[in-house]
Design a protein around this ligand. Structure first.
Ligand code: GDP
Length: 444
């Protein structure tokens, strides 16, 4: 799905050739094309506007990593923004409390409601080991109840016996009752479809909702209908209230805008994607996967991520090389502090080394808290480059200046210098051992 959007975006970034940080002009040019691509993918205009504004803000000034092109870097920023937009905290079905849990399926006729009902029932049965009962409340289309029964037989999911002439609210009550008596975990209620949003049927769905008190009310919407699907979603949300969306026919959707608009305009999580007519054509919605598909640039995203990791690794290697020479100035200390803080403090770093359990325990007593590391970093960054390379020049007046600049005291500065001396001494020892072919911690 989403092919044409990926294709379009693919060509967008070639214009960006310069390295360095991303300039507003570069990003603007790229954003113009992204905007057109999104609009042509049938993403709603306000959604596009929001999205572009957000991405621009994030992209400008972003440092272009050494091993990727500016275009690739922008793709990563766009990707992350897409994920942010598509993602929701309640992505999964919430089936908590006393069973049976009702799941109310609503939507227009032909959206794939009955098919999705059976697909979700099958998934809950097989994957989540739930005992599921399905019931069709569609008393208007002659074959509707029969259709669900056949799907139930196909998937091995129980269906509520059909009672001719019974009205939707009564069927819902009977289904919930059967669910309770039969020890079912989930009761899925497939409501009648409609061609348009129509008040009478809306009122009926609302009455069913009141009778069944569903944990989830899922709107089934056809992604191929683009903006219409979004309008329908808004009406259902206003009239009945929704907890999530099932987007069907994404297997045939070349435009890809529906998922974005739907999520943004309704604020509801997309919970499932229908990816085919068969009963296994259902996917749990995962924002990063869909963002990757929209961009069609999964490789680029992981490339940029890897490049970012490499930079960190290069930094670590630089320190290691200096360590081998027995050099360790305050700049090195600052970058080590930064890395340590990122990796969850000294414990996080030590945890990566094999066979250091004992040392770790000894160090646990030392007061290494992230706040202190931040303070130490601040002290170092208040020094001049010369002072950092050669701390010996730091006499009383300079120390006072550094303390004032970092919002600390001269005592703090002294403490830091002492710690640096200790570390530098340790580094020298490490270097010596390295020369003799012995590494500390048995890492050699
Ligand atoms: P309802 O009227 O909303 O209950 O719609 P149905 O469940 O009867 O589905 C209408 C048609 O759409 C059927 O032919 C389904 O096989 C087809 N359909 C449903 N979901 C999907 C999907 O995700 N992908 C594709 N390609 N077809 C689907």
């Amino acid at each position: 799905m989403f092919e044409s959007l990926s294709d379009r975006l693919g060509g967008v970034f070639d214009a960006l050739k310069k390295r360095g940080s991303l300039k507003a002009g570069d990003v603007d040019a790229a954003m113009r094309d992204i905007r057109i691509a999104l609009l042509e993918a049938d993403v709603a205009l306000p959604v596009v506007k929001d999205f572009i504004a957000k991405v621009k803000e994030e992209a400008v000034g972003e440092q272009v990593l050494k091993s990727v092109t500016p275009g690739q870097q922008v793709v990563k920023v766009v990707h992350d923004a897409l994920v942010g937009l598509l993602q929701s905290d309640d992505q999964d079905l919430t089936l908590i409390g006393e069973p049976p849990h009702a799941i109310l399926m609503v939507g227009l006729q032909g959206s794939g409601k009955t098919t999705s009902t059976a697909k979700i029932a099958k998934r809950l049965t097989e994957k989540d080991r739930k005992k599921v009962l399905m019931a069709s409340l569609d008393v208007y289309r002659p074959a509707a109840q029969e259709q669900l029964k056949i799907l139930g037989e196909q998937t091995g999911v129980a269906t509520l016996p059909i009672v001719a002439g019974q009205m939707p609210v009564d069927i819902a009550k009977r289904a919930m009752n059967a669910g309770r008596l039969g020890g079912y975990d989930v009761v899925m209620l497939d409501t009648a479809g409609r061609l348009h949003v129509d008040e009478q049927l809306m009122a009926e769905v609302a009455a069913v909702r009141d009778a069944a008190k569903p944990r989830e009310t899922l709107l089934v919407a056809d992604s191929m209908t683009g903006q219409d699907a979004v309008t329908v979603a808004k009406s259902f949300e206003d009239r009945v209230g929704l907890t999530g969306i099932v987007l069907t026919r994404v297997d045939g959707d070349a435009r890809g805008g529906a998922a974005l608009s739907m999520r943004q305009v309704t604020g509801k999580p997309i919970k499932f994607l229908g990816t085919g007519e068969k009963m296994d054509g259902l996917e749990a919605f995962r924002a990063d996967r869909v963002a990757g598909r929209i961009l069609g640039m999964g490789d680029v995203v992981s490339l940029v991520e890897k490049a970012a990791e490499t930079i960190e690794a290069e930094e670590a290697e630089k320190i290691a090389r200096k360590m081998q020479k027995g050099e360790f100035d305050l700049d090195d200390m600052a970058s080590q502090l930064k890395q340590m803080r990122k990796m969850g403090g000294l414990e996080g770093v030590m945890g990566l080394l094999p066979g250091v359990g004992k040392i770790k325990k000894q160090m646990a007593g030392a007061n290494i808290d992230p706040k202190m590391m931040l303070r130490q970093e601040a002290i170092i960054s208040s020094m001049t480059p010369q002072e950092r390379r050669n701390p010996g020049v730091l006499h009383a007046s300079r120390k006072r200046r550094v303390a004032a600049g970092s919002g600390t005291s001269v005592q703090d500065v002294n403490k830091l210098l002492k710690q640096h001396q200790m570390m530098a001494k340790m580094m020298k020892q490490v270097a010596k051992m390295g020369k003799k072919g012995k590494m500390p911690f048995g890492l050699g």
